[in-house]
Design a protein around this ligand. Structure first.
Ligand SMILES: Nc1ncnc2c1ncn2[C@@H]1O[C@H](COP(=O)(O)OP(=O)(O)O)[C@@H](O)[C@H]1O
Ligand SMILES: [Mg+2]
Length: 354
């Protein structure tokens, strides 16, 4: 962070060409509110940058309108003629940005790609860097990193879509998966928001689930299904990471699928989660270890399964750019840990590095 009394220019990048485009806009609105509130008003000038669904980058003129409306930009309303899809160059108006702040979820935002761009530009940015983002995004790589750090996970099998082509090896693979027992969860390795995940109860459903997931991603994971409470812990910091209070998601569904995640009234959050102190401490400790295992700093939300009867805790996943809407767990966990939204985004900007 440059030491200067003039406000720091924050390049707030949001939208993106992933399935979580609309959520990203809502997250960016909350971050913007934090960057413009309280003391931050004098510290920061926000330069919004919008990435449309085709991956084109737009400067403040377009980005402000998207933040204002809260809706993805209509293609027809964008300046014409439209440039080709994808990143071409930084939009006008972003020349003086000091610190980049990506508020993007899913592929091309949370997976190290945009972080690589900031690193090449030799500019500080908020959140996990290339390695942590990439490893955290890919469920196969993430599981391997957790396993190497001896963090407890539910039993799982990793596979590639091409292993599903008819062969003798395929039959053996299916047997290995079935040894996990039913029900199990079939997941594409690189999506998020529960997209492409299915809970399967027999061989027929397993085959369907695998086929559906393989259409979305060549890398797949199958996990033993557990019947457990879902706990989440937020992490923040750079050299010294800290963990928030523990939260819990409860929902009115068999599992936390896409529809349940994004239909209001279908889920509730309990903060802090009603847990014995010893369990909360274990969650917080493991959340920090999970960040270390994956090489994440800046910000992360680490999600767990907790089987109360067996007193067993398993790490489910790490999210390096967790949802940041006014309904999202990450800011709410910090609010309950004593950090206001303004203090939280200020701390996040302080952790920015390359
Ligand atoms: N092994 C499992 N046992 C029980 N429920 C699971 C399991 N894996 C996933 N789920 C359910 O599916 C949801 C989404 O899975 P998750 O791996 O967190 O995917 P995403 O990265 O899309 O959020 C979880 O929140 C949980 O409700
Ligand atoms: Mg999840």
């Amino acid at each position: 962070m440059p030491k200067t009394s003039t406000p720091v220019q924050i390049g707030l990048v949001f939208g993106g060409d992933s399935g979580e485009h609309a959520v990203s806009i809502r997250s960016a609105i909350t971050v913007l509110q934090g960057l413009r509130g309280g003391e931050n008003r004098h510290r920061y000038v926000v330069v919004p940058v919008y990435i449309d669904r085709q991956g084109r980058w737009w400067g403040p003129a377009v980005a402000d309108a998207v933040l204002e409306s809260g809706q993805p930009a209509d293609e027809q309303a964008l300046p014409q003629p439209l440039p080709p899809s994808g990143f071409r160059s930084l939009p006008e108006g972003t020349e003086a940005v000091d610190v980049w702040y990506p508020v993007l979820h899913g592929p091309n935002g949370e997976d190290g790609t945009v972080q690589g761009l900031f690193r090449l530009m030799q500019r500080p940015f908020v959140g996990a860097a290339v390695l942590g983002s990439a490893v955290g995004m890919d469920k196969q790589a993430m599981k391997a990193a957790f396993a190497a750090a001896d963090l407890p996970q539910v039993p799982y099998v990793c596979l590639q879509a091409n292993e599903l082509e008819p062969s003798e090896a395929r039959e053996q693979l299916l047997k290995r998966i079935e040894a996990l027992g039913y029900p199990c969860f079939v997941k594409p390795a690189n999506l998020g928001s529960s997209v492409g995940i299915s809970k399967v109860r027999n061989r027929e459903e397993l085959e369907i689930g695998l086929r559906q997931a393989a259409e979305l991603d060549p890398r797949l994971v199958v996990e033993q299904g557990v019947s457990a409470r879902e706990l989440e812990c937020a992490v923040l910091g750079r050299d010294q990471l800290k963990a928030s209070v523990v939260g819990e998601i409860r929902f009115d569904a068999d599992w936390y699928d896409y529809e349940t995640k994004y239909t209001s009234g279908r889920s509730t959050t309990l903060i802090p989660a009603p847990l014995p102190d010893e369990v909360s401490q274990r969650v917080r400790r493991q959340a920090l270890l999970a960040c270390e295992a994956v090489g994440v700093h800046g910000m992360a939300r680490v999600d767990f399964f907790f089987d109360e009867e067996a007193n067993a805790l398993w790490i489910n996943e790490i999210n390096t750019l967790p949802g940041f809407t006014d309904q999202s767990m990450y800011p709410m966990l910090w609010e309950n840990s004593g950090l206001t939204l303004e203090q939280l985004v200020h701390e996040l900007v302080q952790t920015a590095g390359q």
